[in-house]
Design a protein around this ligand. Structure first.
Ligand code: MG
Length: 218
């Protein structure tokens, strides 16, 4: 069983599903020449993709272009379906730092063939994740600075105020498609600056008020 924890709490959350939003930052949509759509771009990573802080990323042999995507992670604290926008943040119990590691070459090929992205997004260790901080400690999840360094060099820098959908909008909208359960995790999209990682790299993600995440690549 894959679990998540909130700093300062003894409670352990069993992670059911990790639901991810793509194309939520305009600058990232532009850098990959993707189209802006009214429909949310949603995909799931299995719980088996999780990797703890200080863990080691293993890039699958079927890819030669694995990209980092730094994202604000949201931990769901109670079950909900068709959650009204006004109540959405009450379903969030914690915030964390995550990476949505993506096999860009595989994803590009899957897209070209009209096939799902899962094999590019769901591999073991594709979801490094920090511990969560209690939601009550976050003043405004839609105004948090986030940055990622690789080997000490800044690669991604943005703010969640650049997200096209707010955290509340994402929780509410996702709950139309999936029942959200306690322990589910939502990834909220990445700002611009995505790029390749290779063996030996050290990745360090930081989100204001939330914390940090550090992993290495085997
Ligand atoms: Mg992503």
């Amino acid at each position: 069983m894959h679990t998540a924890t909130i700093t300062g709490s003894k409670k352990t959350y069993n992670v059911g599903k990790i639901v991810c939003l793509g194309r939520n930052y305009l600058d990232h949509i532009r850098e990959l020449n993707n189209e802006i759509s009214d429909q949310p771009v949603i995909f799931c990573k299995p719980a088996s993709s999780l990797l703890k802080n200080d863990g080691q990323v293993v890039i699958p042999t079927y890819s030669s272009d694995c990209h980092h995507e730094l994202e604000l992670a949201v931990l769901i604290g109670k079950r909900g379906k068709n959650i009204p926008l006004a109540d959405a943040l009450s379903y969030v119990c914690g915030y964390g730092v995550a990476l949505d590691l993506t096999l860009r070459d595989v994803q590009t090929q899957q897209k070209a063939n009209g096939l799902p992205w899962e094999i590019a997004k769901g591999f073991d260790t594709s979801c490094p994740l920090s511990d969560f901080v209690p939601a009550s400690q976050i003043t405004n999840p839609d105004n948090l600075d986030l940055s990622l360094k690789v080997n000490g060099q800044l690669r991604q820098h943005g703010n969640t105020n650049m997200m096209m959908r707010s955290v509340a909008e994402i929780v509410s909208e996702f709950s139309e498609f999936y029942t959200l359960d306690e322990g589910d995790i939502i990834l909220t999209g990445t700002p611009a600056g995505v790029g390749p990682i290779v063996s030996g790299d050290i990745l360090e993600g930081v989100i204001e008020q939330v914390g940090s995440l550090r992993v290495s690549v085997v």
